[in-house]
Design a protein around this ligand. Structure first.
Ligand SMILES: Cc1cc2nc3c(=O)[nH]c(=O)nc-3n(C[C@H](O)[C@H](O)[C@H](O)COP(=O)(O)OP(=O)(O)OC[C@H]3O[C@@H](n4cnc5c(N)ncnc54)[C@H](O)[C@@H]3O)c2cc1C
Length: 403
């Protein structure tokens, strides 16, 4: 990858250097598509991402996983504990990856390590050039897309908008979105603890939202603690010495004594879906297309499937000498992504709302559903498989095949 400026042409431009944009750009370049990445340097991000098995396979196929491996902790078990004080409480449920023939559901990795590995891989690719800056304007017409940045402009056949929740690409394409804000904020931080996590992710379901501990290598875990916004802000304002025992109390001392690592984040929760995923030579990937709350590790896993899918469709179009920004290509992308995104968004939304509701029949329905999941083996396995490798979307990269 080389840094470029002034007037640039390429087949495809990817706007945004978050994980969804980087994976899209690497997959395109790996397939021989001349790609331009418009990406400013990564901002500090202390979060972690639980990458499910399909995403890990894709990163292996793209030559990124080797640099991630030592930073990831395998997730061999997932426990869900009803920590509400409600009349109808669900039984504790534990899912084991071995039940569906996997060593691990996936791996949890700090975003800074994932991004570093992706930027390093991108830098080594010959079909990939980079503008280390911001796209200031994006205009599409009948034959291509012009993207303006501080010291020049680029002309491409297709722009991939990977520019996150407040996507300029989405606005430029004239695509609207439906956004609903939840009365919840996630506090994120990483912890060291005295007891081993045994590669098990534990999700306590509370009346305010999930409190989730996800393993990191060694005796470390990441925490996503969902609370009402005032409570999350108050918790985040505590000193390390005050916060550590408070988290230990909320975790029922499951992992022993805790110490808080530097770097806390507060993320207001929302759900948002673009009304279309592609229009006028602009295709959206990652959070530019859909935002889901951090429950069940779906957000970026969806975003990586977007990247793998658009790369596959564009590579196929190029092999057939077709215009890679044509309406047919965009329509294929829309069709291939809609069901996967819609089903995950609905599932995460329902789960979250079933926790927040004061409506007793909804609480009992939730408890009954989880009871059935616990008791009925085939249903458990279908749910586990669907959570890790969705039937509606298996792009080639997620199956370990090249684009
Ligand atoms: C607390 C929390 C925990 C989460 N945990 C998980 C998890 O365990 N598993 C999971 O799958 N998902 C998880 N997610 C979701 C996941 O973090 C997101 O899906 C993911 O970060 C989105 O990646 P992205 O590349 O689409 O967007 P972003 O990471 O937002 O990247 C967008 C990039 O575009 C750049 N950009 C914006 N505008 C421009 C412009 N005009 N020009 C150039 N660049 C631009 C930005 O600087 C940024 O680098 C979690 C989310 C939260 C809030």
């Amino acid at each position: 990858m080389s840094d470029v400026g002034e007037k640039v042409t390429a087949e495809v431009a990817v706007i945004g250097g978050g994980p969804a944009g980087l994976v899209s750009a690497i997959a395109l370049a790996a397939a021989g598509v001349e790609t331009l990445l418009i990406a400013r340097p990564a901002e500090a991000d202390h979060r972690t991402t639980a990458l499910l098995a399909g995403s890990v396979t894709a990163l292996m196929t793209l030559g990124v996983w080797e640099a991630c491996r030592g930073h990831g902790a395998g997730l061999t078990k997932i426990r869900i504990i009803d920590d509400t004080a409600r009349l109808f409480r669900a039984p504790e449920i534990a899912f084991a990856a071995a039940e569906i023939g996997l060593d691990a559901f996936g791996y949890n990795i700090e975003n800074r390590h994932l991004l570093a590995a992706l930027f390093a891989r991108a830098a080594a690719m010959k079909n990939l050039s980079r503008i280390a800056g911001t796209a200031l304007a994006i205009e599409s017409d009948a034959t291509g897309v012009t993207i303006k940045f501080a010291d020049g402009e680029a002309r491409v056949k297709l722009a991939i908008g990977a520019d996150g929740q407040r996507s300029l690409s989405r606005t430029a394409a004239g695509i609207g979105s439906q956004r609903r804000i939840y009365p919840q904020t996630a506090l994120t931080l990483n912890l060291a603890h005295t007891r081993p996590h045994d590669d098990t992710s534990t999700e306590f379901h509370t009346e305010a939202g999930p409190f989730t501990l996800v393993p990191l290598p060694g005796r470390r875990s990441s925490l996503v603690c969902v609370l009402d916004p005032a409570a999350a802000t108050a918790l985040a304002a505590k000193t390390d010495a005050e916060l550590a025992p408070e988290i230990e109390r909320r975790a029922h001392s499951l992992l022993g004594k805790m110490s808080v690592e530097p770097g806390r984040g507060l993320f207001p929760l929302a759900v948002e879906t673009a009304s279309s995923f592609a229009r006028g030579r602009i295709a959206l990937v990652g959070e530019a297309a859909h935002v889901v709350p951090p429950i069940g590790a779906q957000g970026l896993n969806l975003g990586l499937r977007d990247g793998a899918t658009i790369a596959e469709i564009v590579a196929d179009a190029q092999r057939q000498d077709l215009d890679v920004g044509s309406p047919g290509v965009l329509a294929r992308y829309e069709t291939q992504r809609r069901a996967d995104v819609a089903s995950r968004t609905i599932a995460v939304d329902l789960l979250n709302r079933s926790l927040l509701t004061d409506f007793v029949p909804a609480q009992s329905a939730r408890a009954l559903s989880l009871y059935l999941v616990d008791r009925i083996g085939p249903l458990r396995r279908v749910l586990m498989r669907e959570g890790v490798t969705p039937a509606a979307s298996q792009p080639r990269l997620m199956r370990g095949e090249t684009v």
